[in-house]
Design a protein around this ligand. Structure first.
Ligand code: FCA
Length: 339
């Protein structure tokens, strides 16, 4: 090695070292700024006041803490707020969002807006419907196996009625419906088919269509039905979620039915905790619990891995449920991390 070559190699080495040191220091400064540059993902829900959606948000936050991304949570009760929320996500540098839309027919508008803003979309609970009335199957969706969960509710009604020794001739069923939403219709159809499969007379099952999917909506719908169907001793009541059943149970109370003459089964298991905690039993017997927090976790995780690693989420993921009653809800919900 000539002295020149030796010097060049020492210089090169120190230059390389200098570069390494320099790149190391730029690494640590990027580590400092990486917390500012966290991936941001939106989580938009139609009814932020419903505990179901609050538990979904909790699950999404858990995924955010685990993977180190930021969850921007926005309530979107109508179409206008939904489109505005997408604009604000884009302006804030978010790279995608999970959504339970306030109206499934907004699907095409949401997809178009997200595409224009280069945002990835995952849907949860309520699946987008296209202009042709069919599901938009190319957007990843995670939701409950609605028919199966509905059937569990219907079977529970039939079993509990049998356990209480009720005479079908003195009993009727009030099923609070919201048929414009597919997941709701599938659940209530499942309830009705399981009831009839268990031998309950189909002509004693009455639908009470709710105008809004909240307690006042099902309270009004059930009151209208109870005013028409008089002379019934016992009522089975159910609907697409806990609030549907809670509103119906409140209506039976208002019309003078004792708790012992009512069997109410909800779905969700998140919105009936206060009800199940009441010191004396009401007509609300139990609920088919589905894990809102894992739905929130899983959808946020899917979206994150899609954004970060280009891993496309499965187009369909289905979740299932289990019965909770006053007897087991503390134990089940504790094991699920809800309580
Ligand atoms: C719908 C209902 C919610 C919950 C969810 C899984 O969005 O409105 O209460 O049941 O499906």
């Amino acid at each position: 090695m000539t002295p020149f070559r030796f010097l060049a190699s020492v210089l090169g080495c120190s230059l390389a070292l200098g570069f390494a040191a320099c790149s190391k220091s730029s690494d640590s400064s990027s580590a400092a700024s990486s917390s500012e540059k966290k991936i941001k993902l939106g989580f938009l829900v139609k009814q932020p006041e419903e505990p179901w959606f609050q538990y979904e948000w909790k699950g999404a936050d858990k995924a955010g803490a685990q993977y180190g991304f930021e969850v921007i949570k926005i309530g979107v009760p109508d179409g206008e707020k939904t489109l505005a929320a997408i604009d604000s996500l884009a302006a804030n540098g978010a790279q995608g969002f999970v959504i339970c839309t306030p109206d499934v027919r907004l699907g095409p508008a949401i997809v178009a807006k997200a595409k224009a803003a280069n945002l990835k979309v995952v849907t949860v609970d309520d699946r987008f419907v296209g202009a042709d009335g069919k599901f938009i199957t190319e957007v990843p969706y995670l939701g409950m196996s609605a028919t199966k969960v509905g059937e569990m509710s219907g079977r529970t009604l039939a079993e509990e009625m049998k356990r209480r020794g009720w005479n079908p001739a003195e009993t009727a069923a009030c099923i609070v419906t919201f048929e414009e939403l597919d997941t709701a219709r599938q659940r209530t159809d499942g309830i009705i088919s399981a009831l009839t499969a268990a031998g309950f007379p189909a002509d004693r099952i009455f639908k009470a269509p709710q105008k809004t999917t909240d307690i006042p909506g099902s309270f009004d719908a059930t009151n209208a039905l109870l005013a028409q169907k008089t002379g019934i001793k016992n009522w089975l009541v159910a609907g697409m979620n806990d609030t549907a059943t809670l509103g119906a149970v409140r209506a039976t109370e208002g019309q003078g039915y004792a708790a012992a003459n009512v069997i109410g089964i909800g779905i969700n298991g998140t919105d009936c905790i206060d009800e199940l905690r009441k010191p004396s039993a009401t007509g609300f017997h139990g609920s088919i619990y589905v894990s809102a927090s894992s739905e929130g976790f899983l959808t946020a995780e899917m979206l994150y891995l899609w954004v970060k690693e280009g891993k496309t989420p499965p187009l369909e993921t289905w979740t299932t449920g289990r019965l909770i009653t006053r007897e087991n809800f503390e134990e089940v919900l504790k094991s699920e991390g809800v309580l």
